[in-house]
Design a protein around this ligand. Structure first.
Ligand SMILES: Nc1ncnc2c1ncn2[C@@H]1O[C@H](COP(=O)(O)OP(=O)(O)OP(=O)(O)O)[C@@H](O)[C@H]1O
Ligand SMILES: [Mg+2]
Length: 491
């Protein structure tokens, strides 16, 4: 069996592992693995021909070149080796591979072995409307002549003594990629055996091209994964350190305080720590300490017994209890009412608490994460935040720098949010105009990643072309004039 199939399987396995580790979205992973499996299965089928028929064909290009790791090879090197190998093994007069040029749609001589000299050399173009090659490229079917003087489509090439010729289409998923062209200097040179052998070879050439493409796409994906962590995007040094820190703290039950300006991704960090931890299959419960009036806060966090206060007609389980075995994320911790801070500290230290109006102590195993964009040290000095609680929560700190201090992440982030917005809007915008990128980079982003996400979503909604060419940002000088200038440059 071709080693390329095994390699491909190994690659898919590796990819799935990286993707899973990175918490890549299941949809993305599935699309990639489906594609790879499809190619892999097809190869397996084709290259597990019975030994007998392989011998009859006398060659199997991929196996012959197999030692060379065909599917990782430079494509041009592969074509060069393929034509030589076909010519040597089957003793033809002239063997060439033409490929369709994407822009001109002409056939271009990509590799040849044998008799071409003079005017015809690598890079030679032939219109798709001419000759046997053109016919095959247009029709996607094989064409054979055992006497070129009787073939109306035959185009004579100066200096060649061609008498018989076969042109075989190179097809990938039914689409014409090129033509394998084989010539002989004797009349009546080709029989059915040649046709079968050459069709197999043309298919193998197509396989390698396709594998090469899949492989390149994998390389791109792998690069993208390297620059991300879960749903996080970021290739900057600071963000890589943050990712490392998340991985490290996730393995322990350490209490972590996540700090950073608004919209820098604090909640995303908390969720990532949970997702990477042994608690990942248990609940992640977030409490927004800013959203609750003091009177409700205690009951929200610790629950209450029936009749604990007016209106408490049922027992209620608090967030801390809900998080049993999992993670409790205390967001905006700077806003927690002072009187409750002592009870929270006791609960954290003893992993136990009582419900409001209750007697019984409830034991819970909960990991505490908290986040704030406030200067807790100042609150502590002002007597609004307990010093002992501050030290307790601040065992490990993860600081998320503002976007303006990791501006090198902006292009990746912008592309990511554009992709998401397009998916939501069912639109196709696959580029960002350089001047828009420049404007994005110049802006200070007080609302950080969230503000960027919203700005891109808005711009995507308004955009009428397939290139994001307008963006509406505060604090950017005269954006209208600037952007109009761009539009004329990049229609
Ligand atoms: N590095 C990143 N890559 C991709 N998306 C990100 C990144 N950082 C933040 N986001 C996205 O930006 C938005 C804001 O992030 P998040 O809610 O975690 O910020 P926050 O720091 O908790 O903000 P706030 O202080 O206002 O509560 C979310 O939609 C989040 O998914
Ligand atoms: Mg938040």
């Amino acid at each position: 069996m071709g080693s390329c199939y095994d390699d491909l399987c190994a690659l898919v396995a590796e990819l799935l592992k990286i993707g899973k580790d990175a918490h890549l979205s299941p949809d993305v992973l599935k699309a990639w693995s489906d594609e790879a499996t499809k190619v892999g299965e097809r190869l397996k089928e084709r290259h597990s021909l019975p030994e007998e028929s392989k011998r009859n064909l006398q060659l199997n290009l991929i196996n012959r070149l197999g030692q060379q790791d065909v599917w990782k090879m430079d494509l041009q090197d592969f074509f060069d080796m393929a034509v030589v190998s076909i010519r040597e093994s089957l003793g033809y007069y002239n063997v060439s591979i033409f490929r369709i040029d994407e822009t001109s749609q002409d056939l271009v001589l990509t590799a040849h072995a044998g008799a071409y000299r003079g005017r015809v050399s690598k890079g030679y173009h032939q219109g798709i409307d001419r000759g046997m090659l053109g016919w095959v490229a247009r029709n996607g079917r094989m064409l054979l002549t055992n006497d070129v003087s009787r073939e109306p489509a035959y185009l004579a090439v100066e200096g060649l003594a061609t008498k018989s010729e076969i042109c075989i289409p190179i097809l990938i998923e039914g689409k014409i990629e090129g033509v394998l062209n084989v010539e002989s200097d004797v009349v009546g040179a080709f029989d059915q055996g040649d046709v079968v052998a050459l069709e197999t070879l043309a298919q193998q050439v197509a396989d390698v091209v396709q594998m090469r493409r899949t492989n390149q796409a994998f390389d791109l994906l792998k690069a993208e994964i390297r620059h991300s962590f879960g749903q996080f995007i970021g290739r900057s040094e600071v963000m890589r350190k943050v990712f490392d820190l998340i991985r490290t703290v996730a393995r322990s039950d350490m209490i972590v305080l996540i700090r950073g300006e608004t919209g820098t991704g604090k909640e995303l960090v908390a969720r990532a720590i949970h997702a990477e931890s042994r608690r990942k299959d248990r609940p992640f419960i977030a409490v927004n300490c800013a959203a609750l009036p003091e009177s409700l806060f205690e009951s929200e966090l610790f629950g209450h017994e029936r009749g604990a206060f007016t209106g408490a007609d049922r027992r209620r389980v608090g967030k801390m209890e809900m998080a049993r075995g999992g993670t409790l994320f205390l967001d905006e911790i700077g806003e927690i009412p002072y009187p409750l801070q002592a009870k929270l500290l006791r609960a954290i230290e003893g992993q136990a608490f009582t419900r409001v109006g209750g007697e019984q102590e409830i034991q819970v195993d909960v990991r505490i994460l908290s986040a704030t964009n406030q200067p807790l040290e100042e609150l502590e000095q002002q007597g609004r935040f307990r010093r002992d609680l501050y030290f307790r929560l601040n065992a490990v700190q993860i600081h998320l720098p503002p976007l303006r201090e990791r501006i090198e992440d902006l292009p990746l982030l912008a592309a990511h949010f554009l992709r998401e917005a397009c998916a939501r809007l069912d639109k196709r915008i696959d580029a960002i105009a350089p001047a828009v990128l420049a404007a994005l980079t110049a802006y200070a982003w007080p609302g950080n990643i969230r503000e960027l996400e919203n700005a891109i979503a808005r711009a995507a909604l308004m955009e009428q072309t397939s290139c994001l060419s307008q963006i509406d940002l505060p604090q950017v000088k005269n954006p209208a004039a600037e952007l109009r200038g761009i539009k004329t440059q990049n229609p």
